[in-house]
Design a protein around this ligand. Structure first.
Ligand SMILES: Cc1cc2nc3c(=O)[nH]c(=O)nc-3n(C[C@H](O)[C@H](O)[C@H](O)COP(=O)(O)OP(=O)(O)OC[C@H]3O[C@@H](n4cnc5c(N)ncnc54)[C@H](O)[C@@H]3O)c2cc1C
Length: 318
């Protein structure tokens, strides 16, 4: 531990292989753990003092990081606040801290008999990661449910923004397929050009609708059951590596048709259950993962003509 205040803990960071779902990645320069938002404005100076690029980590379920030491200062959140609910006309709004596990938000909504999030059942990660990635499944996307966000960046300051507002002609939030931006700035990941401090999400407010606990839970169970049948849910992975290039051309199917299902290299394997998931079978490396990803892109291009785009966040030197 380097030092701590009431709101911040600054210390050595464990390697990303201990913090990511796919169990890959070297050691960052340091980490800053945020315990409440009162001192968030100190982050830019602290990161500069520690000497790395700021990189926000949620639960690490969508990140593949380089094997070597990384020039990053991780920013993580361990904020103890819980989900709070407030009625707003016909909708009920759920406010959740960004560091909360997404499944905990779904369970709190289900306990309160509130519907809207059920399609997201089985997505690991945090509320912050779900917003930053515009996570979605079974027809539900996070961006469509958001009402407001509390964010911080040196340029924006600490502020609450309405999800549908505009500022100087720029939409406050833009959600596209597995990507999100806030007032034109990227969330979380170190920018490829390393120029801009990324936007840190601190809280998100979701619009839910009244239902019953029984029906919300039953829909969640159905979604989970479907996923357990088709996806390697318990394996060390970063979820689907590639975006679906078209609604009728899912990446998993294209990979399977191109012969990538079950393909292995150096401890990494395209899952035999769902070819879109790259799994670390133990002893895998980022180098092997990247090589397999490259091979897959070429194989799909050759076989079907589609150019696959990555869905996962790559924390590697470009
Ligand atoms: C088995 C499995 C199944 C999955 N299924 C799905 C699925 O059905 N649908 C889907 O969309 N995804 C799926 N994923 C991918 C992943 O779980 C989601 O993208 C998830 O929302 C990422 O959350 P996280 O907290 O782990 O984010 P991380 O992986 O830690 O980070 C992802 C990105 O979000 C940024 N970020 C994280 N927290 C914040 C914050 N507070 N402020 C700003 N930026 C932040 C990071 O900087 C990074 O750019 C799956 C993954 C696995 C392993």
């Amino acid at each position: 531990m380097k030092y701590s205040t009431r709101a911040l803990l600054v210390g050595d960071a464990p390697p990303l292989s201990e913090l990511t779902g796919i169990r890959l990645g070297g050691k960052p320069v340091a980490e800053i753990v945020l315990r409440d938002k009162t001192e968030v404005e100190q982050l830019p100076d602290l990161v500069a003092e520690l000497g790395g690029l700021p990189a926000v980590l949620g639960k690490g379920s969508n990140i593949i990081a380089a094997d070597e030491d990384l020039p990053l200062v991780l920013i993580r959140q361990e904020i103890r606040e819980k989900v709070s609910f407030e009625r707003h006309g016909v909708e009920v709004r759920a406010k959740a801290p960004a560091g909360l596990p997404l499944p905990a938000l779904l369970n709190a909504a289900a306990a309160g008999g509130l519907g809207g999030l059920e399609g997201l059942a089985g997505i690991p990660g945090s509320v912050g990661g779900a917003v930053a990635m515009n996570a979605g499944s079974f027809g539900t996307e996070v961006g469509a449910l958001l009402r407001s966000l509390t964010v911080f960046s040196p340029r924006l300051g600490l502020r609450e923004i309405r999800a549908d507002a505009e500022q100087a002609g720029t939409a406050a939030t833009e959600f596209s397929y597995r990507r999100a931006r806030c007032l034109g700035l990227p969330f979380g990941s170190p920018a490829p050009d390393a120029g801009e401090f990324p936007v840190l999400l601190l809280e998100a407010v979701f619009a839910l609708s009244e239902s019953s606990s029984a029906s919300v839970r039953s829909r969640m169970r159905a979604v989970l059951a479907e996923k357990r049948l088709r996806q390697p849910v318990g394996a060390a992975s970063a979820g689907c590596v590639f975006k679906n290039p078209a609604p009728d051309a899912p990446a998993g199917r294209l990979l399977e048709e191109a012969g990538m299902k079950g393909k292995t290299l150096g401890g990494m394997r395209f899952s035999s259950l769902h070819a879109g998931f790259l799994v670390n079978e133990g002893g895998g490396s980022c180098a092997a993962a990247l090589e397999l990803i490259e091979t897959a892109v070429e194989a799909v291009k050759r076989h079907s003509g589609f150019t696959l785009e990555k869905e996962v966040c790559l924390w590697v030197r470009q």
